[in-house]
Write a new protein. Structure first.
Length: 190
C-alpha cells in the first residue's frame, strides 16, 4: 500500500489559503511577508520531491499550479512525476501538456484504489478541500507541516470540522527555526 502524504504551509491557527500569493484572499502571500527566509526551514520541500513517486491534487490547486510549476526550476522533479487530479468536472482537454502524465480521478474511492497500487509515496500539495475529504475518509497517512508563526483568522483550513472520532497522530520529526517556523511531521495512528 502506498503512503498518502499531505504537505502544507499552515498558519498557527490552521489556515492554508493562498500561502504563495494567489489572488482573492486578503492575506495572500502570508508565508513570505514579514518572516525572514531561512533555507534550512524549507529542506523538507526538496526532500519531498526526492521521496514522492506521484502527486495528488484537487482541481482548484491543479488549475493554480499547472500553468506555473512545470517551468519552475525548484519543482523540476515534479514535472516528470505522475500526477492525479481529483475532480468531477475537469476534462482531459483541460489538462496541460507540459507537466507529465496526469490522470483524473473522479472519487475518493478511486484515490483509495490508487493507494492500493505498487509504488512509492503520493504527495498532496495545496488542495484544502481535498485534504479535508481525504482525512474524513481516513486516507491520509502522514502530514508534513511547516507551521508559520502567524494567526490569519479567516481562510481555508487544512483540517476538517466534521464531527468524528478522535484521530491520533504520532510526531516522527520536528524542528523549530530561528524565524519562528516549525517543521512537524506526523504519522496517522491507526
Amino acid at each position: 500500500m502506498r503512503t498518502l502524504i499531505s504537505t502544507a504551509f499552515i498558519s498557527l491557527d490552521g489556515v492554508v489559503e493562498a500561502p504563495g500569493g494567489e489572488p482573492g484572499y486578503r492575506n495572500a502571500g502570508w508565508t513570505f511577508k514579514d518572516i525572514e527566509f531561512l533555507p534550512e526551514a524549507f529542506e523538507i520541500k526538496g526532500r519531498e520531491q526526492q521521496e514522492a513517486s506521484a502527486m495528488l491534487l484537487g482541481r482548484t490547486s491543479y488549475e493554480a499550479f499547472s500553468p506555473v510549476w512545470p517551468d519552475m526550476e525548484e519543482f523540476a522533479e515534479y514535472k516528470v512525476m505522475p500526477k492525479y487530479v481529483v475532480s468531477t468536472t475537469l476534462k482531459d482537454d483541460d489538462l496541460v501538456s507540459n507537466w507529465g502524465d496526469t490522470t483524473i480521478l473522479r472519487s475518493l474511492d478511486e484515490v483509495a484504489e490508487l493507494k492500493e497500487t505498487e509504488g512509492g509515496p503520493i504527495i498532496i500539495h495545496g488542495s484544502a478541500s481535498l485534504n479535508r475529504s481525504l482525512a474524513d475518509a481516513d486516507l491520509i497517512d502522514r502530514y508534513h507541516l511547516l507551521v508559520f508563526p502567524v494567526l490569519l483568522g479567516a481562510g481555508k483550513r487544512l483540517f476538517s470540522t466534521t464531527d468524528k472520532d478522535k484521530q491520533r497522530l504520532k510526531l516522527v520529526e520536528h524542528e523549530a527555526y530561528a524565524n519562528g517556523l516549525q517543521k512537524n511531521v506526523f504519522d496517522v495512528v491507526r
